[in-house]
Design a protein around this ligand. Structure first.
Ligand code: CAA
Length: 380
């Protein structure tokens, strides 16, 4: 094992850190309050190569490894977890899915524009009655010869309105259950595709989350990803990598809150000295630093597994479970260390606490990660 990051990794981490401080920090409180999508910032993320980091340069990507991706997501998430989920979904779910399983024509048509950030994508699996139990897809894609007729509703879709390209999971052969599901590339503007209202959320309020309706949308057959019936496996394989992105997001939210709490504790005085000099606070900081480091190693281990072509569904689930639970604990403590100041928006930690919550829910709840991990350790 080599615990040293390469020069290139350090450069990427520093570039992400600078971008987050210079471009994401200004206005982050206002975007959160007004639920404002970071349009300009996402455009710059595309220009800097953050939206297609791991995509082959021949399709407009950065050709970087997953470790670089973890480092960049952590840095962005320290400041703006809305920006980092937009980045994570575009990289891990949409670009990776098309690059790994798409046809050459799909890559030419969609991947190049997605990887450069010219357009962004969305991943549409969840439904009103199919969240954790993802096999129960009610959205249907009826085979009509040279096209699929798509009908149904998708819920809580990240990049729901801002995306131009949507990977939609739908049932084609109900009798085959999850083996009858397909993944289709749907374009915004196709007749019968309606974006529903925006959700008013607890956290990651800068990202736009919508329900989507498909009413007799004709999706050309050439937009199917993989063989007929590959859709559920596609979703599972794609989410396995997505979970490394969300684990890194949780890590970043926690380390951002910790850094603020550490700084505050060295400035704020109570009972005649800095509060960091009181053991009650010093021990909190010790626990926080240790848990964050543990989560960072889990994220990097999962990334290493992916980069070295080993199975990463187990290590990714472990990273996501641990990092998400840890982020919730650490952000609550960061608010506590700030006392009354932590409860007001100007100090950032209350936002990070609200943002942390979603990491225990999306791309598989913590309970789903425990299903995946327990099956892994039990060899089922
Ligand atoms: N890779 C490849 N195939 C996999 C897989 C993986 N990691 N995990 C499961 N599969 C396959 C299985 O092999 C099986 O296929 P076969 O029957 O052909 O062998 C099939 O999928 C069904 O698997 P299970 O029998 O294990 O299915 P299950 O219903 O018992 O459990 C589950 C599956 C793990 C619980 C799954 O439903 C799951 O992950 N649920 C959570 C869904 C989720 O993460 N949703 C997030 C929404 S997306 C999102 O949040 C994006 C965003 O915008 C931020």
């Amino acid at each position: 094992m080599n615990f040293n990051l390469t020069e290139e990794h350090l450069m990427i981490r520093d570039a992400a850190r600078d971008f987050a401080r210079n471009e994401l920090l200004p206005g982050v409180i206002e975007r959160d309050e007004k639920q404002k999508f970071p349009t300009e910032q996402v455009k710059k993320m595309g220009e800097l190569g953050f939206l297609g980091m791991m995509v082959d340069p021949k399709y407009g990507g950065g050709g970087m490894d997953t470790i670089s991706y973890v480092l960049a997501i952590e840095e962005l998430s320290k400041i703006d977890a809305s920006a980092s989920v937009i980045m994570s979904v575009n990289n891990s779910l949409v670009c990776w899915g098309i690059e790994t399983f798409g046809t050459e024509a799909q890559k030419e048509k969609y991947l190049k524009r997605l990887a450069t950030g010219e357009i962004i994508g969305a991943f549409c699996l969840s439904e009103p009655e199919a969240g954790s139990d993802a096999t129960m897809q009610r959205t249907t894609a009826k085979d009509k010869g040279d096209y699929y007729l798509l009908n149904g509703t998708k819920n809580w879709i990240t990049n729901g309105n801002t995306a131009s390209v949507y990977l939609v999971i739908a049932q084609t052969h109900p009798e085959k259950k999850h083996r009858g599901i397909n993944a289709l590339i749907v374009e915004k503007g196709m007749d019968g595709f309606v974006v529903g209202p925006k959700e008013n959320k607890l956290g990651i309020r800068g990202s736009d989350t919508h329900s989507l309706q498909f009413n007799d949308v004709k999706v050309p057959k050439e937009n199917r990803i993989g063989e007929d019936g590959f859709g559920f496996t596609f979703a599972m394989k794609t989410l396995a990598g997505g979970r490394i992105g969300i684990a890194s997001q949780a890590l970043g939210i926690a380390s951002g809150a910790y850094e603020l709490a550490l700084k505050y504790s060295q400035q704020r005085k109570a009972f005649g000295r800095e509060i960091s000099k009181h053991q009650a606070i010093a021990f909190k900081l010790a626990d926080m630093a240790t848990e964050i480091e543990a989560a960072r190693f889990l994220c990097l281990k999962a990334a290493f597994d992916k980069d070295t072509k080993q199975d990463y569904s187990l290590s990714g689930a472990m990273a996501k479970l641990y990092a998400a639970e840890m982020a919730m604990r650490i952000t609550v403590e960061a608010v506590q260390i700030h006392g009354g100041y932590g409860y007001v928006k100007e100090y950032h930690v209350e936002r990070l606490m609200r943002d942390a919550k979603i990491t225990q829910i999306y791309e598989g709840t913590s309970e789903i990660q425990k299903i995946v991990i327990s099956r892994g350790v039990l060899g089922k």
